[in-house]
Design a protein around this ligand. Structure first.
Ligand SMILES: [Fe+2]
Ligand SMILES: [Fe+2]
Length: 307
């Protein structure tokens, strides 16, 4: 039996069965629907710019739509490294248990489907809102190739941990999108739900893979994986900063107004902070992620501020 409690009771065969049961298609999610651009699309808490006095109500609405775009734009591109990462895990033990290999390949295929779900969201958002949104990742794929290459240079354990954190984050995103007054657009909430029901299976594969990897590693190696994770966090934060800048530029273009240098800097600071909080902070601070981190290495977990 695995020494890690976070992997106990989990089985690849159950993951495959659940994945087959909950599977959906991108067309199932969208149908003919569009987003309602007359209202907020994501919870206001995702944007975190309400306190800035120089923003008008229309500005806040545009920023909310920008954030709806940024979320799908960034996740689509961050998920690009998942298929090669999982293919490498499968290739490592090619004659392993069939259920493990099927779980890894379904996981990889689902991430590719999520990329289609998110790309469609980007296009439908632009149609629904009637304007383009700025995005860090170029259509030619140069930047996504750069980020993917950088991700794959890190150790498999660190890669599984960042994936796990992002996935637990998607659970919180879905829950926030349907909860109370700050709820999201109906189509956007459905998209987050569809994403989470498959990510929920991925968290189980991650836990099994993490436990398997960790058993072959020394305590020092496990702790070192957290240094790797901190380095990934630094790279990802650079992308958040650039995307926050793109959001501020979209606001100015759509509203036809020029912010002062000071206002612009303040806005970008606020957008950068909230983007980091919803994209990575939410996952790294998720109790289920903290549990895994602590069991692997208390010293390593402390590097992420997990006590
Ligand atoms: Fe995904
Ligand atoms: Fe996933």
């Amino acid at each position: 039996m695995t020494p890690y409690t976070f992997a106990r009771g989990l089985a690849y065969s159950n993951v495959v069965a659940a994945s087959e049961r909950v599977a959906w298609t991108v067309d199932d999610v969208y149908g003919q629907r569009r987003f309602d651009a007359s209202a907020a699309i994501v919870p206001a808490s995702w944007v975190g710019a309400d306190g800035l006095p120089f923003l008008e109500a229309e500005d806040r609405l545009v920023l909310n739509h920008c954030r709806a775009f940024s979320y799908v734009h960034l996740l689509r591109n961050f998920e690009e490294f998942a298929p090669p990462h999982l293919a490498a895990a499968a290739a490592d033990r090619w004659h392993d248990e069939r259920a493990r290999l099927r779980a890894l390949f379904r996981f990889a295929d689902e991430e590719m489907k999520h990329q289609q779900l998110f790309l469609r969201a980007e296009r439908v958002l632009e149609e629904s809102c009637g304007h383009a949104f700025g995005g860090y990742f170029d259509d030619g794929g140069l930047r996504v190739a750069e980020v993917t290459r950088a991700m794959l240079e890190h150790s498999p354990l660190a890669r599984y941990l960042i994936v796990l954190a992002l996935e637990w984050g998607t659970q919180r995103h879905y829950v926030e999108s349907v909860r109370g007054a700050g709820a999201a657009d109906a189509l956007y909430a459905d998209l987050l739900k569809a994403h989470w029901v498959e990510e929920a299976q991925h968290t189980k594969v991650d836990a099994l893979e993490i436990a398997g990897l960790a058993e072959t590693m020394t305590a020092e190696q496990r702790t070192a994986a957290f240094d790797d994770l901190v380095a990934i966090g630094g790279m990802v934060d650079g992308v958040f900063a650039a995307q926050a800048q793109a959001e501020a530029e979209t606001l100015e273009a759509v509203r036809g107004r020029a912010l002062s240098e000071e206002q612009s800097a303040e806005l970008i600071r606020a957008l950068h902070a909230s983007l980091g909080a919803i994209m990575s902070g939410v996952g790294l601070s998720h109790p289920s992620f903290a549990l895994v981190a602590r069991e692997l290495s208390t010293e390593g977990a402390a590097k992420l501020g997990i006590a």
